[in-house]
Design a protein around this ligand. Sequence first.
Ligand code: SF4
Length: 370
Amino acid sequence: MAKSVYVHIPFCKSKCLYCGFFSKPPAQFDTQKLLNAEIEELKNSSFAKPVKTLYIGGGSPASVGSVALCGFLSEITKLTGQPEEFTVEINPADVNELFLRKLFEISVNRISIGVQSFNEDELVFLGRRYTPAQVEQTIKTCKKIGFQNISIDLIFAVPGSNLNTWHQDLLRAVRNDVQHISAYSLTYETNTPLEKIKSLGKIKIVNEELDRLMYERAIWLLGQEGFQQYEISNFAKPGFECRHNLTYWQNDFYIGIGPAACGYIEGLRTENINDIEKYIEQEDKAGEKTEIMPVEKACQTAVLGLRLIRGIDITEYKQKTGFDIFELFKNSIDKNLKLNLLQLNENRLSLTQQALPMADSVLSDFAEPD
Ligand code: SF4
């Protein structure tokens, strides 16, 4: 039974240059109808109540307005019970103190802010709708209200950036005294305006070497400042790891509610339709189901588990998947151990420090059995 629920609110008032997510302008839709439809979907879903984690993401959930969002969240928690970790993603452009206070009053206990950068030029380039000062004000307000678990997302390797600008960005993030930082390299998703201007040669992209140096700088600087890297791209003060995302990386069950939301439960991956109107109309909102065979589950558990810095517990892996990881991936493990990209310590298999900047290529060895 799933103990984690993800709810997708697919609205954003404008589209960021790099965005490959499913999100639409709220003004073009009856947002209340969508929220009602999501409550219906949740009512027909099975999960263990009270859930451990509830994550409201998007899109920009706050773009539907405070009254609609808070009313919706109250209905949701009537169904899920009070989650131990209750996260809402916010865009600093969509919230004010009153809005944040209402979220706090309905027991939201984790705020995830899509900051992306503290550099004004980068924010403009990325198509974000706020200034660094607004970000800092939002963080300050969250703290004043009483939120004690604040996460921010940052993007590095933005065209025009260098090691120094990224270092300054990290320092500013740290100075804001948040508990959790996610740091991702800018990706050029297909069919985004960013990809288009790249293919037209209109921007100078950050080269691989600088990208790697920026990533290593984040690991070093955040480590110095008391953040523990617990996943390839995620850093937390002790005790503030994102429990909801740990569900994904541990390949545990969760349900996904809303258009384009994905879930994983009892051997099935689910994916909801990525069309808001059709989703509202559909009687059965539970999306397409794909059966996951035991060996696929074993591969997915390995790929996801190796994203965690602590890696995979060999005994737990066997209990969870039914496979011996050394039999299933003998060649891949041997090869990567010899290359010093994997390490085996106290019954745990994990990426080495050296492997982190090229993690995707190591993980791809575990996408299929040897
Ligand atoms: S806020 Fe997020 S989901 Fe919305 S357009 Fe920007 S990147 Fe996409």
